[in-house]
Design a binder for this molecule. Structure first.
Ligand code: DMJ
Length: 462
């Protein structure tokens, strides 16, 4: 008995001594500590909003170093206020939410002779307006969303039904015949919600067709490529992955089933995800799970690359019910973050060398920590989020906002503050730390820009 006890104690002592120094203390975040963190996130959101207000009011984005502004096109489309509005409401930043809403209602117009990128405008503006409408009941926001939806519709006028990438908001002329699965397949949450709210099925039907036409062109082994010609429907790049340009196509297959109860979307997801797990998932070293790149036709590995955008995948896997893979992949993401103390845009996970060092204030890794915390209740995901948040504040905060980094190896700042900082990064940090009562997770589905849209009658069971 004595010998057994001392052996057990020795084993515990060994286990503790072999843990990395930060792991033991990082493991726990109490609810009280989380509540304090949520308040800090709220204060940082307010800080960035004040910077926007002071130096970039009425423009798309704040330039956080030069204290100027940036517009995507010749006219501002109020990217930051529209992306920020539902986050400000969720956090209870009422004064800021009111001023954002009034600015949008007074100034936002889509009647401009501008070619805009359908995908970005859909996920940020259409998604933001619809979500804010559902939160406030302000019909003026729905009117703006409907006006925008109508102006975007010409993108679907290709022979295949796959959307062109750009449309002129005033003339309806289209441009950009080479697209990718993210741009052709990440439209149905927003367009479908617009149909539900206006009673006009055209939006749902066109975006659904685009999603189905993308899926139909998957290879024999079930993968999609990186670029597609929307007129011929032929792939122009056969590289397959889960990163930028493909990522949210998979996300919408599953989420459109959840949001609309569309069984065809569930079937497309069920048909697609096994190939992703078979050909793109990769294991290195001692069973570390990553997702890399492969040829869509042969499944042959083409690159061992993962990055900040791929880091949405644990969230999607968790939502789809695959918690074991989700947890393992998030551990790898955390390793990527810890390499330099902020994640890079891209990493060769076989060599653990950075292949693109920028950090654009991206949210995906935080989104995944939030989903994993939601589904497992394991405080280690809050601890992970706390570590990300502390690093993020330390390296990206500026006097009047938050700045992207040119390179995480030098931590040199870049004069850029993308609107998804408000829509997603701050929102996911907040939701990770706030009480679960802050948002009825089961009652909504987030679009890919983190705009929550309400699940109505007919939605699938989560
Ligand atoms: C966002 O605009 C969306 O999340 C999109 O799906 C891809 N990434 C950016 C943020 O990183």
């Amino acid at each position: 008995m004595k010998a057994t006890l001392s052996t057990a104690l020795a084993a515990v002592a060994f286990a503790l001594s072999s843990l990395p120094a930060h792991a033991a203390s990082d493991e726990s975040v109490t609810d009280a500590q989380a509540a304090v963190l949520a308040q800090r996130v709220k204060a940082e959101t307010k800080h960035a909003w004040q910077g926007y207000k002071r130096y970039a009011w009425g423009h798309d984005d704040l330039k956080p170093l030069s204290k100027g502004s940036r517009d995507w096109y010749e006219q501002s489309l109020l990217m930051s206020p529209v992306d920020a509005l539902d986050t400000l409401i969720l956090m209870g930043l009422d004064e800021e939410a009111t001023e954002a809403r009034e600015l949008i209602v007074a100034k936002l117009s889509f009647d401009h002779d501008l070619y805009v990128q359908n995908f970005e405008v859909t996920i940020r503006l259409l998604g933001g307006l619809l979500s804010a409408y559902q939160m406030t009941g302000d019909e003026r926001l729905l009117k703006l969303a409907e006006d925008l939806g109508k102006r975007l519709l010409p993108v679907f006028d290709s022979k295949t039904g796959l959307p062109y990438t750009h449309v002129n908001l005033r003339t309806g002329q289209i441009r950009g015949k080479v697209s990718n699965p993210a741009e052709t397949g990440t439209l149905l949450i927003e367009f479908g919600t617009l149909s539900k709210l206006t009673g006009n099925p055209v939006y749902y039907d066109k975006a659904k067709r685009a999603l189905v036409e993308t899926y139909k062109r998957r290879s024999k082994i079930g993968l999609v490529g990186a670029a597609i010609d929307v007129e011929t429907g032929e792939w122009t790049r056969a590289d397959s992955h889960i990163g930028g340009g493909i990522d949210s196509y998979y996300e919408y297959l599953y989420k459109c089933w959840l949001l609309f109860g569309d069984a065809e979307c569930k079937k497309m997801w069920d048909d697609s995800i096994p190939a992703v797990n078979r050909y793109l998932a990769d294991e290195v070293r001692d069973g570390e799970l990553w997702y890399g790149r492969a040829d869509m036709n042969t499944g042959k590995r083409t690159a061992t690359r993962y990055g900040a955008l791929d880091a949405f995948m644990p969230a999607l896997l968790a939502l789809g019910g695959d918690l074991p893979r989700a947890g393992r992949l998030q551990e790898s993401g955390s390793k990527m973050w810890r390499l330099h103390g902020i994640e890079p845009e891209s990493l060769d996970y076989a060599t653990m060398k950075v292949t693109s060092g920028a950090y654009h204030l991206r949210p995906e890794i935080v989104e995944s920590a939030y989903y994993l915390y939601h589904f497992t209740g394991d405080a280690k995901y809050r601890a992970m989020g706390r570590e990300f948040f502390e690093d993020f504040v330390r390296h990206c905060r500026t006097e009047h906002g938050y700045a992207a980094l040119k390179d995480v190896r030098t931590m040199e700042k870049d004069d850029s503050m993308e609107s998804f900082l408000f829509a997603e990064t701050f929102k996911y940090y907040y939701l990770l730390f706030a009480s679960p009562k802050a948002l009825d997770f089961d009652g909504i589905v987030f679009n890919t820009e983190a705009h929550p849209l309400r699940r109505g009658e007919g939605a699938a069971k989560k």
